[in-house]
Design a protein around this ligand. Structure first.
Ligand SMILES: Nc1ncnc2c1ncn2[C@@H]1O[C@H](COP(=O)(O)OP(=O)(O)OP(=O)(O)O)[C@@H](O)[C@H]1O
Length: 352
């Protein structure tokens, strides 16, 4: 049975006029279908076009090319229909400064046209689920970054959307607040059967929580798979061995390299050369393989049977950053050196 995707984009593009009138292609030819259900993470370096894509999908920005349908409606032709069915939590705070948390949420409910009783019921429920009850009478300006972000999420959920877009929901939060926020997102998703589509710079979050990862770079979609699928296809496991040989000759090193290369090839990994380095304790070799947990013990036995001794062995599972490196030739972390720990989340913007 085929189901209608909750998000469907065809050749979606956005050009801006940059400085001196030059065109900036923020999003180029984005084509994708996103089914309702799986948590989808949109990854890419700074300036890749993630926020612009989200803003087009949420009707905040008009595309300059292509089309997109969200919850079955065209973002350009039927923006009100789209808005009625989605929530959007932008990079910056939606919560005002002086209103109390509960009042802020009630005002948002009124904005969405919820009746008085329904509005109160919904606000009480969100305060409870997001553990904001004790903070309900505080002005939002007196909340911590993590607490404000939870208020943002409550604002985005007031109209019970089927689909929630989040632009970097956890940026600027300390690790504990990030974990807390994620626990809430997962609870909310289950409780309201919502589809979450989000951008994040934290690859570990995407790895842990996303069921599907879309990677964009320079406005283009360059990969689309589950985190496990991406890692298996693009990065493989990394085996690093330090080996000594009885003879210690150059031909012994060649033999070791041959055995390592063969093991990698037999695992189905691309026919790559191991990297070699002479160290004080022996020759160190590193190579990418598939199913490293199975390859490594067999390789150690094969090397031993051929007169080589493995003095150290390491198996590293790939990360999404390895995938990104393979895809783009650079690390996503380079774009975010020393991720901010607990920066306050800036004011303005927020839920639709
Ligand atoms: N209003 C605008 N006018 C001109 N250029 C813009 C505008 N908004 C975005 N851009 C440019 O479009 C490109 C994509 O920007 P976008 O904000 O979508 O990237 P991003 O992937 O969300 O980045 P980040 O991770 O830093 O949030 C960038 O080159 C950006 O400078």
């Amino acid at each position: 049975m085929t189901t209608t995707p909750i998000i469907s984009a065809r050749g979606l593009s956005k050009r801006f006029r940059g400085p001196a009138g030059a065109a900036v292609v923020a999003v180029s030819d984005l084509t994708m279908d996103v089914e309702a259900g799986p948590l989808t993470a949109f990854l890419g370096p700074n300036g890749a076009g993630k926020s612009t894509s989200l803003r087009m999908l949420t009707t905040l920005l008009e595309p300059t090319g292509g089309t997109a349908r969200v919850c079955g409606f065209d973002v350009a032709q039927q923006p009100a229909e789209v808005r009625a069915r989605i929530g959007y939590i932008g990079q910056k705070n939606g919560a005002g400064q002086y209103q109390r948390v509960r009042d802020e949420l009630l005002s948002q409910g009124a904005l969405y046209g919820l009746g008085r009783v329904e509005r109160r019921r919904r606000v009480d429920e969100l305060l409870e689920v997001l553990e904001l009850g004790e903070l309900a009478d505080r002005p939002t300006m007196k909340l911590s970054g993590g607490q404000r972000r939870r208020v943002d999420i409550a604002l985005g959920l007031i109209a019970a959307p089927r689909l929630l877009f989040l632009d970097e929901p956890s940026t600027g939060l300390d690790p504990q607040s990030r974990a807390h926020l994620w626990a809430h997102l997962i609870t909310l998703r289950e409780r309201y059967e919502m589809t979450l589509f989000l951008t994040t710079h934290y690859l570990d979050e995407a790895d842990q929580f996303a069921e599907r990862v879309l990677v964009v770079d320079r406005g283009r979609l360059i990969a689309d798979d589950s985190p496990a699928g991406l890692k298996a296809r693009l990065a493989g496991d990394r085996i690093t061995l330090t080996v000594t040989s009885d003879s210690g000759s150059a031909s012994a090193t060649d033999d070791v390299a041959h055995l390592v290369r063969r093991a990698a090839r037999e695992s189905g990994a691309p026919d790559a050369e191991p990297t070699l380095a002479e160290t004080a304790v022996g020759t160190r070799l590193a190579i990418s393989v598939h199913h490293g947990d199975r390859v490594l013990p067999r390789l150690v036995l094969d090397l031993h049977a051929s007169g080589h001794h493995v003095v150290a062995a390491e198996l590293a599972r790939p990360t999404l950053d390895d995938v990104f490196l393979t895809l783009t030739g650079r690390s996503l972390r380079e774009d975010h050196p020393g991720e901010p720990a607990a920066d306050p989340i800036p004011a303005t913007a927020g839920a639709l």
